[in-house]
Design a protein. Structure first.
Length: 190
């Protein structure tokens, strides 16, 4: 059965500071590049029938460092959740504006993308990934934390908000697959 291999991009200055980063095209830090250099070892022995990357430079550079830049197809739906007014701000800064209960997962994002829409994009990426490879094969997806968390929640049948339960580090690898016909998380946050 098909596996989806999820690679979160390496560290950026904003991810290191805990800032919400979606449409801003922030490059990797030196530390992010170093961590991305570990990806070839984690991916060794896996043959990908398709490789997709977010259009953002942090994901494309991570994909390139991992050794798949020449075969990757840019997939617009892999871009990060549009945080609207939260872009570039930390959760603490948003709570100072909207109150102590503010969360990207359960608060309106002024001028941002509704969580349900991100879930629809994730469902579309899943469908395209499964259609891209016949039979048993693997698909590599280079993207962003919140989007990959939402995609993983959708993979296992949870609503998009289920992504709140799945923490994901920069430069990490996770694998979604099957146990018989049931969609499961096979490995997480390596």
């Amino acid at each position: 059965m098909t596996e989806l291999w999820l690679m979160r991009h390496g560290e950026t200055t904003w991810s290191a500071d805990g800032r919400h980063t979606s449409t801003s095209d922030i490059p990797l830090t030196d530390r992010g590049r170093e961590r991305a250099k570990r990806l070839p070892g984690l991916l060794a022995g896996t043959k990908f029938g398709a490789v997709f990357t977010s259009p953002r430079q942090r994901a494309r550079e991570t994909c390139q460092i991992a050794g798949y830049g020449d075969v990757a197809v840019v997939e617009a739906d892999l871009q990060e959740w549009n945080y609207g007014e939260a872009e570039g701000k930390t959760t603490q800064e948003m709570r100072a504006i909207h109150g102590p209960d503010w969360s990207v997962w359960n608060s309106p994002l002024v001028n941002g993308e509704p969580l349900e829409h991100v879930g629809e994009r994730a469902d579309a990426v899943i469908a395209r990934s499964l259609a891209a490879v016949p039979g048993e094969s693997a698909v590599a997806l280079f993207a962003h934390a919140h989007f990959l968390r939402i995609l993983s929640a959708r993979w296992i049948g949870l609503p998009p908000s289920g992504g709140a339960l799945l923490a994901l580090d920069t430069g990490s690898v996770s694998v979604l697959g099957f146990e018989r016909e049931t969609r499961v998380i096979r490995r997480w946050n390596l």
